[in-house]
Each structure stands twice: as C-alpha cells, then as structure tokens.
Unconditional design. Structure first.
Length: 487
C-alpha cells in the first residue's frame, strides 16, 4: 500500500491540468476525473495516476474522486465565452458540488483555479489591480469570466460553512505547449494574418510557473482562505507575437501605432456591441496584476522567462501542422473570379457590313481616317451620323444615342460601347474581402472570445459593409468599354 499522499485533479486532460498531474505524480498518488469517451483520456494513463470517469454534475463520480484525498486541485472549466447556461452549470454549479462533496469527504485543502479575467470589466487609475480589489461590473463580464468569479464565491462560502481550507489562484495569461488561447490560436492567427499587432502591455506567465504556484498553495498554511494573482512578465503583445512568429518561421509585419490603436479599439468595441460584455483580455486598457502577495506568502518565484518559454514552444508538434492560410487565400481569390470576369449587356453588335447600336447606348468610335489617337463620341440620328465631340482616350465625355442607329463599317477603324460601370462588381469584391476577413477572424480568433454568429454580425457591420461601399464608389468611377468586333 502506498504511503504517498493522495491528491485529486480535475481538468487533467486539459492544458494546465495535464502539466500539473505530471508534476504531482512524482511525489503523490494522483486521482483524476475524466469525462467518459474523452479522446485524450489515454494520455494521462501513467504510473501513479488513477482515473475516475464522470462529470462535475455526477455526485457519485465526484465522491469516488475525492475519497481518501488530502488535496483537491480544481482546474476543470468550460472556457466558452458564448454559452452562459453551460458556463454556469460547469463553472459554478459543478464547482460548488465538488467543493461540498470534498468537504464532506474530509478533504484538507481545496485549491481552485480561477482566472484574472474576473477583472476584465474593472478599471484602475493606477493601471494596477491587487488581490484585495473586488471585481467591478460583474454583469459586464463574459460568461466565462463571470462564472469563474461566481465559482470563487461558492468555494469561499463552502469553506466558511464547513471549515475546509481553500485557496484561489488567479493566473494571468498562461502560455506554453498545449495552450489554446496563448499558443495554438495565436499561431493560427499569425499563419493567416502575418501582422504583429498589439502595442499594449499584457501580463503573461508560463504554465510551469503556474503549476509551481498551485503546488506551493496546497502546502502553505499562509495560503488558507486567500486569493493570489499568479503572473510573471509584462510584455508588449506585439513582442510576444513576433516571438511566436519566430518559432514557426513566419515573417510578420509591424503595424503603425495609429492603425494598431484603431484596430484594437475596433475589436474591443465590436465585441462589446455584439455581446454586451467585455473581452477577457482588454486590447485598450493595459493593466498589471502583480504577484507580490504570492511571492511573500507562498515563496512563489517565477522561473521561466519569455525567451526560455518561447524555446519550449519549438518542441510542440502543433507548429509542424500544415499551413492552410495560403490555401484559404487561394480559395477566397477564386471565389472573387465571377465578380471580376462577368460582362455587361450587349449594346452594339455587327450585322453584315454595319454596326447596329441600341437606343440609349453610349458609344465611342475611331474613324478610318483622321487623327488616329483621338476617339470621337457620337450621337446618332436617323439615317445619319453627326460628330458630337472629339477627345483623348483618358479624358472623354460621351453622348447617348437617342434612337436605334446603323453606322457603316467602312467609315470606322474601331468602335466600343459602354457596357456599364464596375459599381456592382466593386461592391461584390469589397464586400467579399471584408467578409473574408471577418470569417477568418471568427474561425481563427486568438482568444476564442467571439461566437461565429457574433463575428459574422460584427464582420458584416465593420468589415463587409464598409469595404463594399468603398468598392462601390471605386467601381462607379470606372466605366467598362467593350470593343465591337468587326467581321
């Protein structure tokens, strides 16, 4: 029988939970909760790890998870930003149920992994937020951030009612191999949109340092009943993206500061309009979340610098996945071909030895004799042709034909009719490009903040319609002339 202490971990198949299990199993017997049928359940089958299959809404599986356990690390969470019901069921009700069953089973310490996004609607004049600051405007938080904070409150309440020790850890922006928000999604973004935007400071921390803080929080008596921010470096977002681009061998371009600020403001404002809530990471207001309290109470000292953390990402198999960005660009370009190549209605055609012109058509002709570099725009009258004006190719007016007219081919060197303008095509192309950008951002959104429906609505309003109107204006000024073939 093992004499090592036993701990329980939820979210063990996830990014943070997986690294935590690997660390804990060196000195503990670890019990993990895994959803039945989960594809990556086999990845945690290793010595020192026992699996319990179940859900956070299943009391029997939770009881089996925490039976005989000293410490519970609750890392599991639903991270979607657009399903409020599921977020509440998993992050609030599930957390409270696990805490209650843990307390009833005699668990000594309950370590709850929250998120620094609980402050995403909180503003600080000093630009710094400490642990004693109660989050503001809870109703403005997105479902993930709000339910993580509500989960904190439930853990605190269960601890106060039952006497179970509890600690809350709020990591900042966690990166490392396997991180979806701060690795996979940013890499996908850079492969499709090679621009290092983000002239704003963000707090990042490597997953190994967060695991260090979790383990120390479970052991320290000074951690009982307290909340800790766990971060490391404050770096510019565009610097972080350039470092990621270097790992995947992607050339990226910098964005001028004015455009960068406008782009970040547009994304932030669009998210607010579409969802009525705040993004987990503000792209407009830079805020620092010092880990001073964790350093003083837990002895937490982050060890992984940005340079070292970026090197660890180079070992991830994710960076070797094929780049589908170019294929996406080709497909988008091909989708615009019909709009570019479509032709207008026929207003003039040759019949035997003459040209028949429809009434109302705009025609320009070049006579067989005369100045060869000049075009003559004519208005036809019954049975005759009168010259209306002569002009250069690039600066000409035209006169519409008032009646059906036949012009002898012998007098002409070349003839063209105006088939219309590029207005419709310009709008189609501009709208298509704008919507392509919107769809790209929806699919490859680095934070996963936007639902596809919300991003399509945002894209239509802020990308598709403005691009379409610009294309409409440009196209309306471009007249389309089609040469009439002579036999």
């Amino acid at each position: 029988m093992s004499t090592r202490p036993t701990v329980a971990v939820t979210g063990a198949t996830g990014f943070l939970g997986g690294v935590l299990v690997e660390q804990l199993r060196q000195a503990h017997d670890v019990v993990v909760l895994v959803r039945p049928g989960q594809n990556d359940a086999r990845e945690i089958e290793r010595p020192g790890v026992r699996t319990v299959f179940g859900h956070l809404d299943d009391p029997s599986s939770l009881a089996a998870l925490v039976r005989g356990v000293d410490t519970v690390y609750h890392c599991a969470a639903f991270m979607g930003k657009n399903d409020a019901h599921r977020s509440w069921r998993v992050n609030v009700d599930g957390t409270e149920r696990l805490a209650q069953i843990s307390a009833a089973s005699g668990v000594r310490r309950f370590v709850y992994v929250s998120s620094i996004s609980v402050y995403s609607a909180t503003r600080s004049r000093s630009g710094t937020v400490l642990e004693d600051r109660i989050p503001d405007h809870i109703d403005r938080l997105n479902p993930y951030a709000r339910t993580k904070y509500e989960g904190e409150l439930r853990v605190r309440r269960v601890g106060e009612e039952t006497g179970m020790e509890w600690t809350v850890i709020r990591p900042t922006n966690v990166y490392g191999p396997g991180s979806r928000p701060w690795f996979h999604q940013w890499v996908s973004f850079l492969r499709r949109w090679p621009f290092a935007f983000g002239n704003i400071a963000v707090d990042i921390v490597h997953v190994d340092d967060v695991v260090q803080a979790l383990v120390k929080a479970a052991r320290s008596e000074a951690a009982v009943g307290r909340v800790f921010h766990v971060g490391n470096e404050t770096v510019m977002l565009n610097r972080f993206l350039r470092a990621l681009a270097g790992v995947i061998g992607q050339d990226v371009r910098a964005i001028p500061r004015v455009l960068d600020a406008g782009f970040r403001w547009a994304i932030d404002r669009s998210y607010r309009i579409a969802t009525g809530t705040r993004m987990s990471l503000s792209l407009v207001h830079a805020v620092r979340y010092p880990s001073t309290l964790a350093h003083e109470a837990l002895g937490y000292v982050p060890e992984v610098t940005l340079e070292e953390g970026i090197k660890s990402l180079a070992l991830s198999p994710f960076i070797h996945r094929p780049n589908r960005g170019r294929l996406l660009g080709v497909l988008l370009a091909l989708s615009l071909v019909p709009a570019v190549t479509s032709s207008g209605a026929v207003h003039a055609q040759t019949v035997r030895d003459s040209v028949q012109v429809r009434p109302g058509a705009h025609v320009r002709i070049r006579w067989a004799s005369g100045v060869p570099q000049e075009w003559r725009f004519v208005r036809s009258v019954p049975d005759s042709v009168s010259l209306a004006r002569s002009c250069r190719w690039v600066n000409c007016g035209d006169v519409p034909l008032t009646e059906a007219t036949t012009i002898s081919l012998g007098a002409l060197s070349r003839m063209e009719y105006r088939a219309g303008t590029r207005a419709g095509r310009g709008f189609a192309i501009g709208f298509g490009i704008g919507m392509a950008a919107a769809v790209g951002l929806a699919v490859f959104s680095p934070e996963g903040e936007f639902s596809r429906e919300a991003m399509l609505a945002i894209g239509t309003l802020f990308f598709g319609v403005p691009s379409g109107l610009i294309g409409l204006v440009i196209g309306a000024t471009h007249r389309v002339w089609v040469e009439v073939p002579f036999p």
